[in-house]
Ligand binder design. Structure first.
Ligand code: UGA
Length: 453
């Protein structure tokens, strides 16, 4: 059992702390935000993450997990300290590590014995050296081993991902620190051979490369979806057939309205900037971002197609505001840019999301927030699915067919049954599943073939 302090009770910190407590460790999650810590004391979780609430309550009850604003006292009681504060994007696209440096200073001021400091936040390559200098460069009698241990969990499935990681990357110069961290994370279902020991800079790089490669996969399939859409080939069949090749893999090949969230957009830009500073132009990474912007335009263009380009004054229903399902997070969500585009085109916008509306209300006020999907669909000229919430697939479309003004649906996440919708006389659009095969692009003599999806 380890005594652990987690600095920062945001997404990463709270999930990491709670799961480490679940593994039997004694964990204190600390934060400078008194309101957040007070709420956690009352059992109120600041984010929506399936399963997290129960896990927090259970570990608090078992006295393995506690919350505090007394960062100094917590540091003194712990041998393992995780820095899990946020590293938002600065104006120039680089990651802002102010909070990481502040956490390191607090650790330096309270170093009362040898400790291990783990950097869990996503930080630019080289940040471990900055943290090392702050903590070990001061006049301290004690030394801290600095470990770079990036997290790879996804919002919406964070607890599952924490407990079942494909790999654990432990970046450190210290063999002892590596062994302690390895033992700690062997409690997860990670294969022992997939616990990888590298140096700190390599661990920091792996995090950016992983997120950028996944984002690249999404942009790649989104671009291929545009191609498939035009020639009338089903992109989902293409992705399936291609992804079965183990060298390619079938994950992160789902087309959609573009990637969003607090990680991909920020980390891809940060990698581009880091490379730029090193005199390298990462062209695939640049294209990843460009295609992501283009994809949102593509969604708006498809929507306009319902009305032969004239979308002014049309009532558009948007189902889904979160950047993906099972989260209330709207950071960099495609919905934000798409709503702004539609507002500029003078549409009337009605929205519904099961979790993300309170967050969106803080960003956009001049749209109609509805109590459910049916209220949102009432009198609409088109319905646009932007998030793959399961409840949207289970809606009664017979009812929706009756209450919409015009029966147009654009499903950007491929969650609806197209043939059912067609039977109800909906005009259905998708991303990359155009039912009109048009091979005449390649063989002008071949007539278009119509398929039934
Ligand atoms: C991502 C990574 O997947 C995690 O491994 C990483 O730990 C995390 O960032 C982080 O750095 O903290 P997350 O942002 O929670 O996790 O979300 P993802 O599930 O990766 O999805 C990112 C975006 O890509 C979403 O907008 C999603 O809708 C989109 N996406 C994903 C697609 O459009 N298609 C896909 O096939 C997969």
């Amino acid at each position: 059992m380890e005594h652990i302090t987690i600095i920062g009770t945001g997404y990463i910190g709270l999930v990491t702390g709670t799961c480490l407590a679940e593994f039997g460790n004694n964990v204190i999650c600390v934060d400078i935000d008194h309101e957040k810590i007070n709420a956690l004391h009352q059992g109120i979780i600041p984010i929506y993450e399936p399963g997290l609430h129960e896990l927090v309550l259970n570990n608090v009850e078992q006295k393995r997990l506690s919350f505090s604003t007394d960062i100094a006292a917590s540091i003194k009681q712990s041998t393992l300290i995780f820095i899990a504060v946020n590293t938002p994007m600065a104006h120039d696209g680089t990651a802002d590590i102010t909070a990481v440096k502040q956490a390191a200073k607090t650790i330096a001021q309270n170093l009362n014995e040898q400790k291990i400091v783990c950097i869990r936040s996503t930080v630019p390559v080289g940040t471990h050296a900055v943290v090392d200098k702050i903590i070990n460069g001061s006049q301290n009698n004690f030394h801290a081993s600095i470990v770079s241990i990036p997290e790879f969990l996804r919002e919406g499935s964070a607890i599952h991902d924490f407990c079942n990681p494909d790999r654990i990357i432990i970046g450190t110069q210290s063999h002892d620190a590596y062994e302690i961290l390895k033992k700690l994370f062997l409690k997860t279902n990670c294969l022992s051979e997939n616990i990888v020991h590298v140096d700190n800079a390599c661990a920091e790089t792996i995090k950016y490369v992983s997120n950028s490669f996944l984002a690249l996969k999404v942009s790649f399939i989104n671009e291929i979806a545009q191609f498939c859409d035009t020639i009338g080939v089903d992109v989902y069949d293409v992705a399936h057939g291609t992804g079965l090749d183990k060298r390619i893999g079938n994950q992160f090949l789902r087309p959609g309205p573009g990637f969003g969230g607090s990680c991909f957009p920020k980390d891809v830009i940060a990698l581009l900037k880091m490379a730029e500073n090193a005199g390298i132009d990462l062209k695939t990474i640049r294209a990843t971002l460009e295609i992501n912007e283009q994809q949102k335009q593509f969604v708006v263009k498809k929507l306009k197609n319902f009305f032969n380009g004239t979308i002014r004054n049309k009532v558009i229903t948007i189902l889904g505001l979160a950047f993906k399902a099972n989260t209330d997070d709207i950071r960099q969500t495609p919905a934000l840019s798409i709503i702004k585009e539609l507002q500029q085109a003078h549409c009337i916008i009605k929205v519904y999301d099961p979790q993300a509306m309170p967050n969106m209300k803080q960003e956009i006020t001049d749209i109609l927030y509805c109590n459910d999907a049916y209220q949102a669909a009432q009198d609409a000229d088109a319905l646009l699915i932007l998030t793959e919430w399961k409840e949207f697939a289970e809606l009664n479309f017979e009812t929706i067919a009756q209450i919409m003004k015009q029966k147009n649906i654009l499903d950007t996440r491929n969650i609806l049954n197209i043939s059912t919708l067609k039977k109800l006389n909906f005009t259905v659009e998708t991303i990359g599943r155009n039912c009109k095969a048009n091979l005449s692009y390649f063989y002008p003599s071949v007539a278009p073939i119509f398929k039934t999806l």
